[in-house]
Design a protein around this ligand. Structure first.
Ligand SMILES: [Zn+2]
Length: 345
């Protein structure tokens, strides 16, 4: 199989299901929104990079999560949220992402008086303006946070219900999985289920396949990461049977020490078991990545070729939470573009 060429990968249409807004605001945009609020940032690029990027020597998910602090401090006013959302759409256009689901936790932007509702509206304004200017289709997913109390997370369930079909397409649970297992959120996820909200949950990022099983039983049709499935064939088979899609984020998984070396990365194991896999960045800025880099990483490790790239892309479209008509359109577009490549290869 031909190995991937970066310049072709960049040009091919891609889709992303697992991208956090706060972890994907470029350094350039961070500077812009910080300056507008007189928020002090280090003047040197390398110091800023240390503040907002995890790097290879990151030791854990907790250390990784600390990299959100600076940007979250700046995402407390509507203009900054709109600008961050808009600039992200511009950034993903540069590598030809055709459709992206961007997730964010509205409650994390309410520290200076914004309501969660205002946060959602500010982000949606940025996405819509981005779609108009760059032609990238986008939808939002709202995140409950593991360290937040039930009352705050319940507000996120209610907001998702309110904005479903108006730019928001689903709900997630993010944060420190090791300290807060999936089972703590049964009641909240049940409420999301009662409202028929599409559900994706972070699980199996911290070494526990039991969290994946529990998340699926609670009603998640997609799992963020799911890497712990590599150590539990029974739960892996269960997820295959249930038609679950895992949103893997290889370079992030290495930084958070979900796996400690590439030889442990379970892409082939999960694929050969028959699991639906979609490829994602998680956090473009914190992990210093984009989808092109993630595809090149998988190709270097497993020689996935354009066929593998197309399969991962189609998996993402099929598992996306957007309207059926848009999925159909995206699938047709992707198939046409990839055909072109195989013809020219
Ligand atoms: Zn994530």
């Amino acid at each position: 199989m031909d190995s991937l060429k970066q310049e072709i990968v960049e040009k091919l249409p891609k889709v992303e299901l697992h991208c956090h807004l706060d972890g994907s605001v470029s350094r350039k945009t961070i500077r812009k929104i910080a300056e507008a609020q007189d928020y002090p940032l280090p003047s040197s690029e390398s110091e800023l990079r240390n503040l907002v990027q995890a790097g290879e020597d990151c030791q854990s998910l907790l250390e990784y999560i600390g990299k959100f602090d600076t940007v979250l401090d700046c995402l407390q006013v509507e203009e900054a949220i709109t600008e961050a959302a808009y600039d992200l759409i511009g950034d993903v256009k540069a590598e030809n992402v055709a459709y992206i689901e961007v997730r964010f936790a509205p409650m994390l932007s309410t520290h200076k008086g914004l309501s969660a509702d205002q946060v959602v509206q500010a982000a949606l304004t940025g996405f819509k303006k981005g779609e108009a200017d760059f032609g990238v289709k986008s939808r939002g997913i709202l995140c409950m946070m593991r360290h937040h109390d039930d009352q705050r997370n319940r507000e996120v369930v209610e907001l998702t219900k309110e904005y479903l079909g108006q730019g928001i397409v689903g709900i997630d649970l993010a944060g420190d999985e090791a300290s807060y297992p999936a089972g703590n959120y049964k009641e909240l996820v049940k409420l999301a289920n009662d409202y028929d909200l599409p559900i994706t949950l972070h699980a199996g990022e911290c070494g526990c396949a039991g969290n994946v099983r529990e998340s699926v039983d609670m009603g998640a049709t997609r799992i963020g990461h799911g890497i712990a499935l590599k150590d539990d064939p029974e739960i892996l088979a269960y997820c295959v049977e249930q038609g679950i899609t895992v949103e893997i984020c290889p370079n992030s998984n290495l930084q958070t020490k979900t796996v400690t070396e590439w030889s442990d990365y379970p892409y082939l194991k999960l694929k050969e078991a028959g699991l639906n896999i979609s490829l994602n960045t998680d956090n473009r800025t914190i992990t210093d990545t984009n989808l092109t880099k993630e595809f090149m990483t998988l190709d270097n490790l497993y020689q996935i070729g354009y066929e593998g790239m197309q399969e991962l892309t189609e998996n993402g479209i099929k598992a996306s939470f957007t309207e059926e008509s848009m999925k159909k359109e995206l699938l047709a577009f992707v198939r046409k573009e990839y055909q072109e490549v195989s013809r020219n290869a």
